[in-house]
Design a protein around this ligand. Structure first.
Ligand SMILES: [Zn+2]
Length: 440
């Protein structure tokens, strides 16, 4: 088990495991789906659930019928399901039935390895309580919803992987992240082991309010300090570090690596923002993070505030409103490709070790122990000096039964260490940071 530089080992990995063949996302299909979503007039969470043509109910029924169409074309490879709950809050004072529309592609590991690709189907205008005015919500979040449907189309053509994929269209985001909460709570209640939630919210525009055009960058927001940690875990974290290495951050690094290795030629860079979401704003991945699910948010490289949460109008020559003509569907296709490539890569890999423990105080060596992973045939031990932002070294352990490793001559005080699981086809999980276990 010799220590090899990270770059060389990744090159070897790329040779050993060629990228999965991908059918490309279609800008014209994405455009047609966003136009269809806009055609429901408003998709406000408090709009009609029963009107056949206008409102969130009609939009949800159409989305469900799309999922069913996709499933029919792959001989029933997807199941569709609606989860619903009456929920209330300051922006839903009288309560409303929140409905999330799901399509599920089962994996070999069933609910022990789950990847969620999500967007929110609801929309809004300037007054968040106005549920009658036209609220096209083309980019926010018709783009994310169309991405989810297109991802289902593309992934329905892939062979069955290890992970179960959940394609999720969420409601109630604008009224208080209700659909995201409903999905995260459902995952917890049903005992899903969620490997990743890829949340897509505003992913189809390239022209910023400041006039910049950014069509080669997608921002990925991830959590540092864990919302889900209790006081004992927080105190242990304070002792061992790892603020920059939680599951959400590790997932962001994974997606970033996929963008670099598989999407370089289509011209999309991932900008990994070390923050749970845009400053002082939120999205449907936040309730998932609160419940300890690894989640990240994809959002455009530059936002246009004239085209978000606005009544349709022209003022002083400026057009306000979230309409289709302000979008860029070639760009949306690129972000879709990154979601599909990330989910595909994770879905053929084992899940990450649930936890990893570091030892080696007052010693010249560092010891790392981890929880074994079903389906793993080996592990990789990553390390970096404690002043570095990204992993620099890796050791491959080609032994399915291994649950510990000693890094000889590595002083634990000066290094961070993480562990990933690898299966027989060389596919790798996200990396679990090794730290102190919480004191009981
Ligand atoms: Zn949104």
């Amino acid at each position: 088990m010799k220590k090899i530089p990270l770059f060389a080992s990744l090159l070897a990995l790329a040779v050993a495991t060629p990228a999965i063949a991908q059918t490309e996302p279609s800008p014209s299909r994405l455009k047609a789906d966003v136009e269809k979503l806009v055609s429901f007039g408003t998709r406000h969470t408090l709009s009609s659930a029963t009107d056949p043509k206008r409102g969130i109910g009609a939009a949800r029924r159409w989305a469900e019928s799309e999922f069913k169409k996709i499933s029919k074309a792959c001989s029933g490879c997807l199941t569709t399901e609606k989860i619903e709950r009456n929920m209330s809050g300051p922006r839903v004072p009288n309560g409303v039935n929140i409905v999330d529309v799901l399509a599920i592609k089962p994996g070999k590991m069933g609910w022990d390895h789950v990847i969620i690709i999500a967007g929110h189907i609801d929309s809004r205008v300037s007054d968040v309580m106005d549920f009658t005015k036209d609220a096209p919500g083309a980019n926010d979040d018709g783009s994310g919803s169309a991405l989810v449907i297109e991802a289902a189309r593309l992934m329905s053509k892939q062979p069955q992987g290890e992970a179960t994929i959940v394609f999720a269209l969420l409601s109630g985001e604008e009224q208080g992240l209700f659909g995201g909460r409903l999905l995260a709570e459902t995952a917890k209640e049903r005992g899903w082991k969620v490997t990743a939630m890829l949340n897509n919210d505003i992913v189809g525009g390239t022209l910023g309010t400041d006039g910049r055009k950014v069509d080669n960058v997608v921002r990925i927001f991830s959590e540092g300090i864990r919302a889900s940690e209790d006081m004992a875990a927080q105190l242990a974290r304070r002792g061992s570090g790892g603020e920059d290495d939680g599951p959400s951050r590790a997932l962001m690094r994974y997606a970033d690596k996929v963008a670099e290795s598989e999407l370089g030629e289509i011209g999309l860079d991932a900008f990994g923002v070390r923050r749970p979401d845009r400053f002082a704003r939120g999205g449907d991945h936040l309730p998932a993070l609160e419940l300890g699910l690894p989640a990240i948010r994809f959002t455009v490289g530059v936002e246009n505030y004239h085209h978000q949460h606005q009544d349709l109008r022209t003022e002083d020559g400026i057009e306000y409103g979230d309409t289709v003509d302000k979008m860029d569907f070639d760009y949306l296709a690129k972000v879709t490709a990154l979601n599909v490539a990330t989910a595909n890569s994770l879905s053929v890999a084992p899940p990450a070790p649930t936890s990893a423990k570091l030892g080696g105080a007052v010693s010249s060596d560092t010891k790392v122990e981890w929880t074994p992973v079903t389906g793993a045939t080996g592990y990789r031990i990553y390390s970096r000096k404690a002043d570095q932002p990204n992993w620099t070294d890796v050791v491959a352990i080609n032994e399915a039964s291994a649950t510990s490793h000693v890094l000889t001559g590595v002083i634990v005080d000066d290094h961070f260490v993480g562990v990933s699981a690898v299966n027989a086809s060389g596919k790798e999980s996200i990396i679990t940071f090794a730290g102190l276990p919480p004191r009981q």
